[in-house]
Design a protein. Structure first.
Length: 390
């Protein structure tokens, strides 16, 4: 029963009549008297003021308690209360004021639907805020150990928000009296059609989810894809962006990226190095036999290295070739280049002291002079074409 019906059935003061000058208050407008409209407006205004004040006070108290006790739940509740939207408070105030009016059943039902949908929207905003808070809290906790969390939070947050608003949209339609069963079935059929039309976009979306959960790389990793290389800057729902060494940004489709062979150098624990050098053919046997041991001592004398092997590999066209293998115990490329430079300089110094010459391209020419064969040797330096007699 409406509150106004109770008030109308109860006399205010027995034996006291309303002055004739106030009869205008009894005029009816849309089924309710002017007096009732005034009371309804006053009640709605007071409700709006009091509820807004109560929300602010409650939010402030919860945030203060949360800050004092370091309780994240209290702080979350306070921040969510501050997210109560003004239109929601206005609708609540209108509903309270309507209790003092004699509304027709149609308008009573419409107002009930408006209040229900408004509250569902506010609950959806609260649910979205709670999801964002939970994901951000997880990201802050894990970001130091795993930069890929930023990627995961972005994709999972998008999916979670879509699910939250889908559920509340269906609840709102149900509160309006719409049958949502056929609607869900129709959405399923339409979803298949949309999926077929947008299969490339959806392929990139699912590829993004694969990157999130499988994590072949994360933000900050240095990767090589085909002949392109650079540092991962952003992993989105459709594309992944990589900053190349020359400075430009490379944009890869997520589905194409996962279909390629990706080399992730950030996951490298140590770097295996293989390099070759050659000495001249006139190097003596004893000196040639000593070279592998010289290389071993040089590498073992450097930090962050582990010597593997050094061998006289083969007889080259113009040199006696050696192959050397060692490991860098750190993956940093700059550290590797520093060590390789130190190895080269030390080998050059030792070989200079021992009279061992590095090889350079040579060619032997056979010439026929007056019917007799004579052999003349020439050495070609680089690609200059200059020659000198042996």
């Amino acid at each position: 029963m409406k509150l106004i019906q109770i008030l109308q059935s109860t006399p205010l003061i027995e034996g006291v009549s309303v002055p004739s000058s106030l009869n205008v208050l009894n005029y009816e407008v849309l089924g309710s008297s002017v007096l009732n409209w005034g009371i309804a407006i006053l009640a709605g205004f007071l409700t709006l003021v009091m509820v807004r004040l109560a929300v602010r006070v409650a939010a402030g108290r919860l945030e203060a308690i949360g800050a004092r006790t370091s309780t994240e739940g209290m702080q979350l509740a306070g921040s969510l209360l501050r997210e109560v939207k003004g239109p929601v408070l206005v609708v609540i105030a209108i509903w309270v004021g309507s209790l003092f009016l004699a509304l027709t059943p149609i308008w009573d039902r419409r107002l009930g639907i408006l209040v229900g949908v408004t509250l569902l929207i506010q609950f959806a905003l609260w649910a979205t805020g709670f999801v964002n808070w939970g994901l951000n809290r997880y990201r802050e906790r894990q970001l130091v150990e795993d930069p890929g969390v930023a990627t995961a939070v972005g994709a999972i947050g998008f999916i979670a928000r879509v699910l939250v608003w889908s559920v509340f949209a269906l609840m709102a339609l149900g509160s309006m009296g719409i049958e949502i069963g056929p609607l869900i079935a129709g959405m399923g059929v339409g979803g298949i059609a949309v999926a077929l039309a947008l299969q490339n976009i959806l392929g990139d979306l699912f590829a993004s989810l694969s990157i999130v959960f499988d994590r072949p790389f994360v933000i900050g990793d240095f990767i090589i894809v085909g002949d392109q290389l650079g540092t991962v800057e952003h992993v989105g729902l459709k594309t992944t962006r990589v900053r190349s060494l020359s400075g430009e940004q490379l944009v890869f489709s997520n589905s194409d990226l996962l279909a390629s062979r990706v080399r992730n150098f950030k996951r490298m624990d140590e770097r295996r190095i293989v390099f070759h050098f050659g000495v001249q053919y006139d190097t003596g046997y004893e000196k040639l036999k000593e070279i592998p041991d010289i290389v071993r001592r040089v590498i073992e004398g450097l930090d962050k290295t582990r010597f593997d092997r050094a061998h006289f590999e083969k007889f080259g066209d113009s040199s006696l070739d050696f192959e050397v293998v060692y490991f860098m115990l750190v993956p940093d490329f700059g550290a590797y280049m520093d060590v390789q430079q130190a190895i080269n300089l030390e080998l050059y110094r030792i070989f200079e002291e021992k009279g061992i010459d590095f090889a350079f391209p040579t060619r032997t020419l056979h010439m026929h002079l007056d019917g007799a064969e004579a052999e003349v040797g020439t050495r070609l330096v680089g690609s200059t074409g200059k020659a000198r007699s042996p």
